[in-house]
Design a protein around this ligand. Structure first.
Ligand SMILES: [Zn+2]
Length: 432
């Protein structure tokens, strides 16, 4: 999924919750067990307000949308806000206990959403704040991590590498040599220094696992599979396939941390890669059918013309991936009518997506399928899917690099769309 939707209604619904919480729990018309009807009504009102807010978050971020009664339209719950039910009978302590449990359960789901999207919603409502982000996954040490760059500096022909894998396994572009090591561009786009690293040289392909970190989860499936994790798993499998074929390739992201689009594109450009392939899974779900709704976005040379190398790579990827995914039986695929090899242009005629417009090297962005669709989300959670999708992706990249074969798939009429900007909030990770 690329970018988030609209709507500022969440904050309004948040205020409703606070107002109800502040309303007190004591009632005047006491009855059995000292429980009043008002105690029940206050809780039912709170429950309805919480449910409304949950549904606003679900629709806005394309998460758990299958739990929204009536679904979502235009980024908001189709059925409007939930209303409290009528309470009949004599209220008991049991009636309150059931409601208190539900209130607590809803509150904890709300807090999960607030922390997940805290760059724009309601994080201040959490008394203890949000849990710390998970540490990046360190890449197991490979062959020579250190190299004697000081000695190399004596050799006047020696140039610093254009990129490094830092000691914690973070791939970075090198900006220059400084006292004590290398000046590098961090995943969040700042300049920092590392003392050493494994040089990234001779890289032909850069794989980009879309999203990452707590501010940029991407789509989330009804099975709770997060796009940032799925993209990373698939990217690692693609890298393993490319390594088997002797194609030197690296990833823009090696763990669950945020990295800016400009940094991802800049790394591929710094390394002078022959291809940059960005890996994504789509949302929301559209009508379902029997063919995969795989979309591959390619670059433009002008509003009228696709860039030939990007279009050839994109065509080969679309062909291999849709053929491979069609082998999975009993999947109700989501699909838009113009799914295929596409350009997505802003109204001003420029490429809409940052991972397409920014790189100078030939780039494509793949939406393999719809993570928001329960049928596809179940498939994407399997090792078999990762194996099949990775192999198809590597097949296409290999043909692109090692042949002059034209693509059998042509680029369709451009889709015009102005996406919301990608999150720019970013937590730095340790580089060593
Ligand atoms: Zn995405």
């Amino acid at each position: 999924m690329l970018g988030f939707g609209r709507a500022r209604k969440a904050a309004v619904a948040g205020a409703v919750v606070l107002a109800v919480l502040g309303g007190g729990m004591r009632g005047a018309d006491a009855s059995t067990e000292g429980v009043s009807r008002e105690d029940v009504v206050i809780r039912d009102t709170l429950i309805a307000a919480q449910e409304s807010l949950l549904n606003v978050y679900r629709c806005r971020f394309g998460i758990d949308v299958t739990t929204v009664r009536g679904g979502c339209s235009d980024g908001l719950p189709t059925g409007g806000f939930s209303q409290p039910g009528e309470f009949a009978g004599v209220p008991t302590a049991g009636d309150l206990a059931v409601r208190d449990e539900l209130v607590a359960a809803q509150e904890s789901v709300l807090n999960v959403y607030r922390c997940r999207f805290d760059y724009e919603v309601d994080r201040r409502l959490l008394p203890q704040g949000c849990p710390a982000p998970p540490a990046p996954v360190a890449v197991p040490p490979g062959p020579p991590l250190d190299f004697d760059w000081l000695a190399m500096l004596d050799d006047s022909d020696w140039q610093p590498p254009r990129g490094l894998l830092t000691p914690t396994g973070i791939p970075v572009a090198v900006a220059g040599i400084v006292d004590g090591g290398f000046a590098v561009v961090t995943p969040c786009g700042n300049l920092s220094t590392v003392s050493t690293g494994r040089p990234l040289t001779g890289v032909r392909v850069v794989i980009d696992p879309g999203h990452g970190g707590r501010y940029d989860v991407g789509a989330v499936g009804p099975n709770r599979l997060a796009e940032r994790d799925l993209n990373l798993t698939l990217s690692e499998a693609v890298l393993a396939e490319l390594a088997d074929r002797g194609i030197p390739a690296i990833s823009t992201r090696t763990g669950d941390y945020g990295t800016l689009l400009s940094v991802r594109a800049g790394l591929a450009d710094a390394l002078g890669a022959e291809a940059l392939v960005s890996i994504h899974h789509n949302a929301p779900t559209f009508v379902t059918g029997r063919r995969p709704g795989t979309e591959v976005y390619v670059q433009s040379v002008s509003a009228q013309q696709p860039r030939p190398d990007s279009a050839r790579l994109g065509g080969m990827l679309h062909e291999e991936i849709t053929r491979a995914l069609s082998g999975f039986d009993n999947v109700a695929w989501s699909r838009l009518p113009d799914a295929g090899v596409l350009r997505v242009l802003q109204a001003n005629g420029n490429d809409a997506y940052g991972m397409i417009s920014r790189p100078t090297v030939p780039a494509v962005l793949i939406e393999y399928g719809y993570l928001s669709n329960p049928s596809e989300a179940a498939l994407f959670a399997t090792d078999e899917y990762i194996r099949v999708a990775a192999k198809a992706t590597a097949n296409a990249i290999e043909s692109y690099l090692n042949s002059n074969r034209p693509s059998a798939v042509s680029v369709q009429r451009p889709r015009v769309f102005d996406p919301s900007p990608a999150p720019r909030v970013c937590d730095e990770v340790a580089l060593e």
